[in-house]
Design a protein around this ligand. Structure first.
Ligand code: TYD
Length: 217
């Protein structure tokens, strides 16, 4: 059985976590081995970088370099091995978040991000020669789309906000535009979920998207 890589995206407050749990349970019920992980993070080193990324002020390029360094370690230690074992890999955020947050939100150069993406996501040992087809992408990305104003209401008072969560609404509007632009560039991989409805309706959409690809009954 071949590995399956599904990532989950959206602005802070879009409410993806419970659906990742539900999807993990649905795959497990089918006898699949599921690895649930997140970015930035997923390894000891990447989780340490996450702490800096979410708390320390830094310029957008530093942010981009750190998320990709964390991603490379995560790929090497967790993602590639799990896919090679034929597992279902569910990742809370991946590179689309970098294009949306560092690219859209912070305005960092998308060409540099694209270059880093092709280096970091090339298979081990193939970095110098890798053709585009060797650049790993998720098999499916579910983008939980929610208006920034609604997300802000959901987040208000929920907990102490981190560096990104405390950004103004205009930042998240730019992040959402970043996701929309990314989806336009890869419409067969990225599917938009309307996250502005009751959780059961959101879950229904999530399940349908995965079922339609023949991965769940
Ligand atoms: P998030 O995934 O929302 O976790 P939690 O639910 O625990 O808050 O937090 C990760 C934050 O990191 C989020 O605000 C988006 C940001 N981020 C980037 O800016 N760039 C990236 O490449 C990634 C993966 C995340």
């Amino acid at each position: 059985m071949s590995g399956l890589f599904i990532s989950f995206e959206g602005i802070d407050g879009a409410g993806k976590s419970t659906h990742i749990d539900s999807l993990a349970a649905a795959f497990t019920a089918q006898g699949r081995v599921v690895t649930r992980t997140r970015e930035p993070g997923g390894t000891r080193l990447a989780e340490q970088l996450r702490t800096y990324l979410l708390n320390d002020p830094m310029d957008a390029m530093t942010e981009a370099l750190l998320v990709f360094a964390a991603r490379r370690d995560h790929l090497q230690q967790v993602i590639w091995p799990a896919l090679a074992r034929g597992e279902v890999l569910l990742c809370d955020r991946f590179t689309d978040a970098t294009f949306a947050y560092q690219g859209g939100g912070r305005g960092f150069d998308l060409h540099i991000l694209a270059m880093l993406e092709s280096w970091v996501q090339s298979w081990p040992g193939r970095e110098d020669t890798a053709p585009d087809s060797a650049v790993l992408q998720p098999d499916l990305t579910l983008w939980f789309d929610l208006p920034a104003a609604v997300a802000a209401q959901r987040l208000a008072g929920a907990r102490i906000p981190d560096k990104f969560e405390s950004q103004p609404q205009t930042f998240f509007e730019k992040v959402a535009q970043g996701y929309a632009q990314r989806m336009a560039g890869d419409p067969s991989r990225i599917e938009r979920i309307n996250a502005n409805q009751p959780p059961e309706a959101v879950w229904h959409e999530v399940y349908l998207r995965v079922q339609r690809r023949g991965w769940l009954p």
